[in-house]
Design a protein around this ligand. Structure first.
Ligand SMILES: Cc1cc2nc3c(=O)[nH]c(=O)nc-3n(C[C@H](O)[C@H](O)[C@H](O)COP(=O)(O)O)c2cc1C
Length: 376
């Protein structure tokens, strides 16, 4: 049996798998199931606040997560996870907080709320062990931000020295910024991943070993991982574990719509597209709405396909907002369905515990195969 000791010492979990933050959707149930299974579940927070869209206004996700302030919604989510984990003394979970420009005011309120909760509640202090920031610059949130460009930023590790602070990056350049910010773990995200992805087209296979080589911090691999075989591949590339988003959507405990899960099962590795979304480039499963989004991107934000950061257009926003409403009407073909290329490797909708156990068992047997040198 492999022991993933580096991951265990940083996260307190024996199984080296992080369930990705998947806002604006609610991952409370999923996070609890993943943490019970001995891996790390994350509560997603994008849906709990509002997005400040330059030139467009403020957008809220109440249709997805319900009404309430970010503080109310997060308290309710943390309380639910803690209650679920009552009989699991060793379980750990974390919170994902994007810190991109559109989200900064909410991010700051959410980070403050996590700090207060962990300081006040001994059970939260023991189990809520990880903050994963993403989609922005980590430096303003460091103890020593060099020059504090963002008024609302909070020095995460100064407030919570024992928390494991991770930041998600799409490039070697951004990984080096994490080292400067002194984050504990860098999550390197290849472009094949679902939802928000890099402006540039760098795959996990290329990004992960380059990030591992470029920095001294431990690296978790994300974008394209789904099973034991790909976990061992990540370890071979120098990572200490994997983060999975798309694979966890297609599980029994995830709160995603059944039609979304079924689309993942029927999709092949050829069935995703990139178009402009709220946070920049997003990877969608191929359907009628994502093809419309590609057309709208070519019309309103064509530089995206040259890898140049560009703004959105009203047409793109309308397609996304209208599309979210279609989700609740059960019209999956008219909904922008986020998902990674790894959809092509998803063929079932298992229970979270079976999925995670299966990954660890498969990783063990793949490693055994490699040791014996069978089949080369
Ligand atoms: C539906 C969906 C929503 C996502 N939302 C977020 C988010 O709120 N914050 C974040 O850091 N990443 C988000 N991501 C990206 C994941 O965190 C993760 O990096 C990505 O899914 C990994 O690639 P994979 O889908 O191939 O596993 C999202 C991914 C999906 C599929």
């Amino acid at each position: 049996m492999i022991t993933f000791s580096k991951f265990n010492s940083l996260f307190g979990c024996k199984k080296p798998i992080i369930q990705a933050g998947m806002g604006p959707y609610d991952t409370t149930n999923l996070a609890a199931a993943v943490s019970k299974a001995g891996a790390l579940g994350l509560i997603s927070t994008v849906g709990m606040g509002s997005l400040q869209m330059p030139g467009i206004g403020v957008f809220k996700y109440s249709a997805i997560v319900g009404e309430g302030t970010p503080e109310e919604l997060l308290t309710s989510s943390i309380d639910k996870v803690l209650e679920e984990l009552n009989d699991y003394p060793d379980a750990k979970f974390g919170i994902n907080i994007p810190v991109s420009e559109e989200f900064i005011p909410t991010a700051s309120r959410i980070i403050r709320m996590v700090i207060d909760c962990v300081k006040r509640d001994p059970s939260a202090e023991k189990k809520c062990r990880v903050i994963v920031t993403s989609a922005g610059d980590p430096l303003p949130w460091a103890i020593d931000p060099l020059n504090k460009k963002i008024e609302e930023s909070i020095p995460i590790k100064k407030e919570l020295p024992d928390i494991t602070w991770c930041h998600v990056v799409p490039s070697v350049r951004a990984a080096k910024r994490c080292e400067k910010a002194n984050v504990d773990v860098v999550i390197a995200s290849g472009r094949e991943g679902g939802a928000h992805c890099s402006w540039r087209d760098t795959s996990s296979m290329v990004l992960i070993p380059e990030v591992v080589k470029a920095i001294k911090k431990p690296v978790v691999a994300t974008g394209g991982f789904a099973d034991g075989r790909s976990l061992i591949a990540a370890i071979a590339l120098g990572a200490i574990g994997i983060q999975m988003g798309t694979r966890f959507i297609a599980t029994q405990e995830s709160g995603f719509e059944q039609g979304w899960k079924e689309l993942l099962v029927s999709a092949t590795e050829e069935d995703t597209l990139i178009a402009r979304g709220f946070f920049g480039p997003m990877r969608f499963l191929r359907n009628k709405r994502s093809i419309e989004l590609v057309d709208a991107t070519i019309r309103g934000s064509p530089d995206l396909y040259k890898g140049i950061p560009t703004g959105s257009s009203q047409e793109i926003i309308d397609l996304e907002v209208g599309g979210l409403e279609n989700l609740f009407r059960g019209n999956i073909d008219a909904t922008p369905i986020l998902g990674g290329i790894v959809a092509g490797r998803i063929h079932d909708i298992p229970k979270v515990n079976d999925l995670i156990d299966g990954i660890i068992k498969e990783a063990d047997s793949v490693l055994e195969e490699l040791k014996i040198g069978k089949g080369f």
